[in-house]
Design a binder for this molecule. Sequence first.
Ligand code: 2AM
Length: 187
Amino acid sequence: MRIFVALNLPKKERTRIHRASARLREEVLPVRWIDPENYHVTLKFLGDVRQEHVLEVQEIVRRVAESTLPFDLTLGGFGAFPTVRRPRVVWLGVDASAELRCLKQDLEWGLADVGFEPETRAFHPHLTLGRADSRGGAGQFRGFDDVMAELDFSGRAAIHTLDLMRSHLSREGSRYSVLASARLTGR
Ligand code: 2AM
């Protein structure tokens, strides 16, 4: 099954983000906007993992969570990967705080021990708001950077769990469910 490790935000914060980004969705653009119940911050995407290895991953996630204290995520700033003119992913930025970078590193090390390739790309924590199809050319997204720049949002979300998630692909887009939620206890 297709799995990843992520941080989930309280419903209140997800609703705030959805409201704050409403202006983006008013633009007529080839973007599939994510439902607010599916908003999350991915820490590690594992791809298709066989059932017998899922339990192993779950155990690593639990161990990492046990050695991590609850912390706050700071959110703010809208942007897109790879560029706002030709976006694939439209996102809300997440502050790469020391706590978040430590957690990411602990996960990478833990998962490397059971054979998962460590990430070599720089860590750009973000919350995906929409997935774009920019094959129609950059022209479609002209002015989108200005729309983004006009938005003003800053958020804070208390994180108490590290979640192992499952992604269900379907024609309507991806849906996500929590396979296992590990409490951050910092023991
Ligand atoms: P995203 O955070 O940029 O949206 C579930 O599919 C999550 O895993 C998504 O949130 C997505 O990234 C991330 N993801 C999906 N495919 C990926 C890949 N090939 N490499 C890295 N992350 C991926």
